[in-house]
Every structure is written in structure tokens, then in C-alpha cells.
Design a protein around this ligand. Structure first.
Ligand code: NAD
Ligand code: UGA
Length: 459
């Protein structure tokens, strides 16, 4: 099957950037991204490319070069499904907040709705691609829904999990370590569907980086990759506490172990904790799957990665309170950064949220500056009316620092390193404290100015 028309359901952090890159690399394919959220679609269509709903370095250029040529954003879901040869499902799969599996299992209601809508609308054969991160064996549920329409339309289900990281999404999509495609390897139709998707990626990804597997391996590999990545962060964060007690320096330890080619240098940056929409959700999902097979030891093993992360976030705020003479009530704590990592406006599960909640609970005044996060988002994340008097968001870091007792670095934005720290010091109450939860500042320089510094993982 020659693919000339693609539809992607879900215009979020994955659907938008992924389809923009496919459109750019495959100018002969018409790519339509659909969403039920009309505000989001309107933002994707905004003439001013600075207003796209997702901030990713390089994304605006790509969208600008393809939009309304072979890349379209629309709320006309049925029409796009009907016209497409291949349909990517890229909707959200959050942790369930109700019923069986509450707080652990992935909520698949959005996925099921997509499958039912495809089943209802499709009049000719389609390839359906799972782009969302899903529990292993979800493809069988999708297939069952699609195969029972009675319309005679034939569907092939592929799993093609996305490995992009936010902040580097475009680089990751243009130069992926690998592309993973799982399908029904036992049938000719299944192999043909996989071949069709391989051909699309072959426009810019070399053959040896395109991996084809059975569907279950592909689904499970995605959860496994995120679990391993998050585990590395929790492992180095566990060492950061020991470093602080013993006088070792976690960055030196990370460098020393990372030079071992079996360990490797990446993902060893100690921090206030990992955030983002996926690590916690995907590990909880893995834990749930393990438990549902009665594999309690396996479940406990992975759950510890999350417990360690919670500990890291809470101990950061505990340390602020104890350092500020055991009370922060009525004291102003300036937050530099709110996004879960630099170069994104995404705040989902950001460690800043938990740290702020803990400090607000102690009746501190928290004032936030983040270069990309809007103030409405910060208030939404805190979602507590009682905090309104205590929480403020400002557009200028120097205003946030003015008359603060302490500054807490919650996101590793590069610009924080270039600020006029003497000016910041002069405007703060003394002693002026800095709590660097990302280990990015030159604390020797700050101490020479007069700051009292805490840096994660430094004794
Ligand atoms: P998102 O919340 O940013 O976007 C999902 C979009 O789907 C929303 O705009 C929502 O309105 C839309 N949607 C939901 N149901 C719909 C329906 N029935 N019809 C049309 N639109 C619908 O989510 P995201 O961050 O893009 O993540 C999507 C999936 O990709 C998740 O499974 C996630 O685990 C996975 N993933 C995310 C990342 C990441 O960096 N964010 C990376 C890899 C994989
Ligand atoms: C992560 C994975 O890296 C992607 O491969 C995956 O596709 C994605 O999840 C997903 O499935 O959603 P992302 O969450 O966007 O990507 O960003 P990461 O770079 O992985 O960072 C996650 C969190 O870990 C951030 O809060 C980051 O600050 C933290 N982190 C990361 C550390 O604290 N130390 C590190 O060394 C690396």
C-alpha cells in the first residue's frame, strides 16, 4: 500500500512535532493532525508561529515551512479519518483516577474512543498506528474493536512508540537512535503494513536504525525504556544524598562512573527529581501490569524508582525549611524555573509543583519566574484557592528575587547561569540563600558574592 494520506489523532506534544517532521520529510504525503480541543487546533494554526501550543526549539520553522501545504491542523476528525490510509493514535494515556487500577493503570478511555471512532467512520482498509504509550497487549483490544464493526473494512494495527524527549523533540525526531515498529509478523498483511511504515521513516532514517518486532515487544519496549531512564535518575539521586552526607561530589561521581563504557555518561545528572508527563505514569503502569500477573517482587522493584523520586522532591523542600531556621512562614522563596526541564513550556509532574506545595503548606510566599511557562499554568498546577495570596508569578527574575529570603533553582534553564548574581544578591534579604536543585550554578562564585549555597549532591 502506498501511503499518500496520513491522519494523526491528538495534536499534543507528540502528535504535533512528530507529524510536522513527517510532513517535512515526506512532501508527497498529506498529513492531517486532528484534535477535539479546538483551542489547541487554533493555536497550531496561529499565524504567529510563536503562539504554537507546544514550545520546542526548531518546531516553529518546520511548522512554518509545511503548514497548509501538506500539513494541516483541524477539528474535523471524521473527515480526516475517512481520507487517511494510515491513522496514528497519539492521544493522552494518563494514569487512571477512578475505579480499578486507580492511581496506577493507564486510562485507556481516550484510546478506545479513537478506535471506536475509526471503526464508525472508515469505509476502506486502514493501517492504525499506536503512537501513544500503551500497556503491553493494548493492540489486541484495539483490534477487537476494529474487527467487530461488521463493515468488512480490514485493519492492521502497528505499534510505533515515540521516544522523543521534550526540549529536544525536533533533534530526536530528525536523528532518532532508533525507530521501533511492531506488527503482526505472522501474516502477509501484517508484514506489508510494517513495510509501509518503514518506507515512510526511510525518507530520513537509515535502515539499520529502523527496528521491526512483534507488537508486544514493541509496546513493552517503550515502557521498559522509560523505566530504565527514570531508574538511572533515581539511582544518581540516591547517591546525591550519600554525597551530601560524606563530602563526595555527585557530579564527580557521575563523571567517574559514566566513563565506564558499560554505564555510559547520559542520564546521570542529579536533580530535585524527575518530572514530565511520562516517567511516573509509565512506571506506575508497569507496576500495575506486574501486579496483575501476581509478580509482586517485580512491581516493588520498579515502584521504588518513584518512591526515591518523591523522597528527593520532599527532601529538597525540607532542606529549605530547616536551613531557614526551621520556619519559612511569611518568608519569600523565589523559584527560578517551573517547567519540568529546560527548553519546554510543559509543567506536567514538574518537581517544582511538589516543592511549591510543600513550602506553601508551611505558609511561605512563593514567587515564580519561568522563561516559558505562563502564569495561568502555574496557578492551575497548584490548584488550591487558599494558596492564591501566597503564590505569585512574575515575568522578571530580578523582581522575583527582590527581598526574597532564598532562591530555589527548579529548572536548569541556561539563562539562569548568566544572570547578574551580584544585583540579585544586593536586592535580597540577608543571609541570602540559594538552593540549586539542578546543580547548574557556580557556587564558588556565588559564595564569593556572599550567598549561602546549597547544591544538590554536594557535601
Ligand atoms: P497531550 O495531552 O499533549 O496530547 C494529547 C491530545 O490528544 C490532546 O490535545 C487531546 O485533546 C487529544 N485527544 C484526546 N482524545 C482525543 C480524541 N478522541 N480525538 C481527538 N483528540 C483527542 O499528550 P502527549 O504528551 O502528546 O502524549 C501523547 C501520548 O504519547 C501519551 O501516551 C504519552 O505517554 C506518549 N508520549 C509522550 C511523550 C512526551 O514527550 N510528551 C513522549 C513519548 C510518548
Ligand atoms: C522522556 C524520555 O527521555 C523520552 O525518551 C520519552 O519518549 C519520553 O520521556 C516520554 O515517553 O514521554 P522527557 O520526559 O520529555 O522524555 O524528558 P527527559 O529528558 O527524559 O527528562 C525527564 C525528567 O528527568 C526531567 O525532569 C529531567 O530534568 C530529569 N532528568 C533527566 C534528570 O533529573 N537527570 C538526568 O540526568 C536526566
Amino acid at each position: 500500500m502506498k501511503i499518500e494520506n496520513i491522519c494523526c489523532i491528538g495534536a499534543g506534544y507528540v502528535g504535533g512535532p512528530t507529524m510536522a517532521v513527517i510532513a517535512q520529510k515526506c512532501p508527497d504525503i498529506k498529513v492531517t493532525v486532528v484534535d477535539i480541543n479546538s483551542d489547541r487546533i487554533a493555536a497550531w494554526n496561529d499565524k504567529n508561529l510563536k503562539n504554537l501550543p507546544v514550545f520546542e526549539p526548531g518546531l516553529d520553522n518546520i511548522v512554518g515551512s509545511c503548514r497548509d501545504k501538506n500539513l494541516f491542523f483541524t477539528t474535523e476528525v471524521d473527515k480526516a479519518i475517512d481520507e487517511a490510509h494510515m491513522i496514528f493514535i497519539s492521544v493522552n494515556t494518563p494514569t487512571k483516577t477512578y475505579g480499578k487500577g486507580k492511581g496506577m493503570a493507564a486510562d485507556l478511555k481516550y484510546i478506545e474512543l479513537c478506535a471506536r471512532q475509526i471503526a464508525k467512520v472508515a469505509t476502506d482498509d486502514k493501517i492504525v498506528v499506536e503512537k501513544s504509550t500503551l500497556p503491553v497487549r493494548t493492540a489486541s483490544a484495539i483490534k477487537s474493536i476494529l474487527d467487530n464493526t461488521g463493515s468488512g473494512v480490514k485493519f492492521q494495527i502497528l505499534s510505533n512508540p515515540e521516544f522523543l524527549a521534550e526540549g529536544t523533540a525536533i533533534e530526536d525526531l530528525l536523528h532518532p537512535d532508533r525507530v521501533l515498529i511492531g506488527g503482526d509478523t505472522s501474516t502477509k498483511e501484517g508484514n506489508n503494513a510494517m513495510k509501509a511504515l518503514v518506507e515512510i521513516y526511510s525518507n530520513w532514517v537509515s535502515q539499520e536504525r529502523i527496528l521491526t518486532t512483534n507488537v508486544w515487544s514493541s509496546e513493552l519496549s517503550k515502557l521498559t525504556a522509560n523505566a530504565f531512564l527514570a531508574q538511572r535518575v533515581s539511582s544518581i539521586n540516591a547517591m546525591s544524598v550519600i554525597c551530601e552526607k560524606t563530602g563526595a561530589d555527585v557530579n564527580e561521581v557521575a563523571k567517574a562512573i559514566g566513563m565506564d563504557s558499560r554505564i555510559g555518561p547520559k542520564f546521570l545528572k542529579s536533580s530535585v527529581g524527575f518530572g514530565g508527563s511520562c516517567f511516573q505514569k509509565d512506571i506506575l503502569n508497569l507496576v500495575y501490569i506486574a501486579k496483575s500477573y501476581g509478580l509482586n517482587e517485580v512491581a516493588d522493584y520498579w515502584e521504588q524508582v518513584i518512591k526515591m523520586n518523591d523522597y528527593q522532591k520532599n527532601r529538597f523542600s525540607d532542606n529549605i525549611v530547616s536551613t531557614l531556621y526551621n520556619t519559612v512562614a511569611g518568608k519569600k522563596i523565589a523559584f527560578f524555573g517551573w517547567a519540568f526541564k529546560k527548553d519546554t513550556n510543559d509543567t506536567r509532574e514538574s518537581p517544582a509543583i511538589q516543592v511549591a506545595k510543600n513550602l506553601l503548606n508551611e505558609q511561605a510566599y512563593v514567587e515564580v519566574f519561568d522563561p516559558k511557562v505562563k502564569s495561568e499554568q502555574v496557578f492551575k498546577d497548584i490548584n488550591n484557592n487558599n494558596s492564591e495570596d501566597l503564590l505569585k508569578v512574575k515575568k522578571n527574575p530580578y523582581q522575583v528575587a527582590d527581598k526574597a529570603h532564598a532562591i530555589a533553582i527548579l529548572t536548569e534553564w541556561d539563562e539562569f547561569m548568566d544572570y547578574d548574581w551580584q544585583k540579585i544578591y544586593d536586592s535580597m534579604l540577608k543571609p541570602a540563600f540559594v538552593f540549586d536543585g539542578r546543580g547548574i550554578l557556580d557556587t564558588n562564585k556565588l559564595e564569593n558574592i556572599g550567598f549561602v549555597c546549597y547544591k544538590i549532591g554536594m557535601g
